[in-house]
Design a binder for this molecule. Structure first.
Ligand SMILES: Cc1cc2nc3c(=O)[nH]c(=O)nc-3n(C[C@H](O)[C@H](O)[C@H](O)COP(=O)(O)O)c2cc1C
Length: 322
C-alpha cells in the first residue's frame, strides 16, 4: 500500500514533510501544497522554490502540485520541474476557494468538462513529465462526475487521486465512496483515494469495501495522529517523545523560515495535533492565547510535557482553533 501526504496549503509544506519523515516515517510520497505557477518564460518564485528542494526528501518522493487553467503555463512549469529532477506533476482540480473557483481553476475547472478534457489532452501530450490529477466529483452535484470520469478515462493520466466530495461540500459530510469505487473499476490508469481516513479502522473499512485500493492519501488524519501511516503499516502508535521531537523540529523550521510568524503557523498545526491528546479542548486553551515565541514555547511545553496523550488519537471532523 502506498501512503502519501495530502497537499495542504499552509500546513504540509517542506518543513512539515521533512520533519514528519525524520520523526515518524510511513509515507512514501508527498504532494506539495499548490504552487504559484510561473508565467511562460519566468522561473518559480521564492516561496515555490522553498518547496522545490528536490524530487526525493528524506526518502519520500515529492510530487509538485500546480493550480492553473492555462495549458501553456502548465507545460512550461512542468518543463522547469523536469529539469529540477521531478518525476511527476500534479494538477489541482479540487480547491474550493471562491477566488480560485471564480477564475476557473481548482474545483472551478470541473464546471467546464469539455474545456477540461481539451486541457488535459493538450498538457498530457506536451508535458515532459507524467501528469497526475487530484479531483473532486464536481461543483455542486456528484452526478457531474460521470461526465468528468469519461473525460479522465480518455486522457493518459499518470494517476487520478479522488477526493469524493463536490466543491459545495467543502470538507463536510461523508465522502461519496461509491464514486471512488466506480473510478477504480473503470480507470485505465492508477487511482488513489483521499478523504476522511482518520484512523486505522477507517482504512480497514475502505479496504473491505474496495480491496483493489493501492494508494491512500492522508491529510487531516495524519495531522491529528502523525503516526497514522506507520500504524497502518503495522508499526507502533504515537509516543510523547517523538511528538515532542516533531513539534520542536516544526517550530525550528518555521522560525528559520518566518521568524515570529511561526507562532501562527504552529497554532494552525495544533488545530489538528491537539487531537493527539486526551483533552483536546485543554490543549486549545493552553496554546490559543500565547503571544510571541517565548510565551508560545512555554505553553507548548506545558502541553507536551504535562498532558496525557489519547489512546486513540484521531481527527473528528473540525479543526480546534478554526
Ligand atoms: C487547510 C487545507 C489546505 C489544503 N490545501 C490543499 C492544496 O494546496 N492542494 C490540494 O489539492 N488540496 C488541498 N487541501 C485538501 C486536502 O489535500 C485533502 O483533499 C482534504 O483535506 C481531504 O483529505 P483528508 O480528509 O485526509 O484531510 C487542503 C485542505 C485543507 C483543510
Amino acid at each position: 500500500m502506498i501512503f502519501s501526504l495530502a497537499p495542504m496549503e499552509g500546513i504540509t509544506g517542506h518543513v512539515f514533510r521533512r520533519a514528519h519523515a525524520r520523526c515518524f516515517g510511513g509515507l512514501s510520497r508527498a504532494y506539495t501544497p499548490f504552487l504559484a505557477t510561473p508565467r511562460v518564460g519566468r522561473g518559480f518564485g521564492r516561496r515555490a522554490l522553498a518547496e522545490l528542494a528536490g524530487p526525493v526528501e528524506e526518502g519520500v518522493e515529492v510530487v509538485p502540485q500546480l493550480l492553473t487553467a492555462d495549458a501553456d503555463e502548465f507545460v512550461w512549469a512542468a518543463g522547469l520541474l523536469a529539469r529540477m529532477g521531478y518525476r511527476e506533476v500534479n494538477l489541482n482540480l479540487g480547491c474550493p476557494s471562491g477566488t480560485v473557483v471564480s477564475k476557473g481553476r481548482g474545483a472551478g475547472f470541473l464546471g467546464r468538462p469539455e474545456r477540461l478534457e481539451a486541457f488535459l489532452l493538450d498538457v498530457c501530450g506536451r508535458s515532459p513529465l507524467p501528469v497526475s490529477v487530484k479531483t473532486r466529483l464536481g461543483m455542486d452535484d456528484d452526478a457531474e462526475y460521470d461526465r468528468l470520469l469519461d473525460a479522465y478515462c480518455r486522457c493518459p493520466l499518470a494517476e487520478l487521486v479522488v477526493h469524493p466530495r463536490v466543491r459545495a461540500d467543502l470538507y463536510a459530510g461523508r465522502p461519496r465512496w461509491e464514486a471512488y469505487g466506480r473510478t477504480l473499476a473503470r480507470a485505465p490508469f492508477p487511482v488513489a483515494y483521499n478523504g476522511d481516513v482518520f484512523c486505522t479502522g477507517d482504512l480497514d473499512a475502505l479496504l473491505a469495501a474496495w480491496p483493489a485500493t493501492r494508494h491512500v492519501m492522508l491529510g487531516r488524519g495524519l495531522l491529528a495522529n502523525p503516526a497514522l501511516a506507520r500504524q497502518a503499516s503495522g508499526g507502533a502508535g504515537l509516543s510523547r517523545a517523538e511528538l515532542r521531537r516533531f513539534h520542536d523540529e516544526l517550530l525550528e523550521g518555521y522560525v528559520a523560515e518566518m521568524g515570529g510568524n511561526a507562532v501562527g503557523r504552529m497554532k494552525e498545526w495544533w488545530s489538528y495535533a491537539g487531537r493527539s491528546f486526551e483533552d483536546p479542548m485543554a490543549v486549545r486553551r493552553a496554546v490559543r492565547k500565547a503571544r510571541g515565541l517565548d510565551e508560545y514555547a512555554a505553553a507548548a511545553g506545558r502541553v507536551l510535557d504535562g498532558m496525557r496523550l489519547s489512546d486513540d488519537p484521531r481527527f473528528d471532523g473540525r479543526p480546534l482553533l478554526g
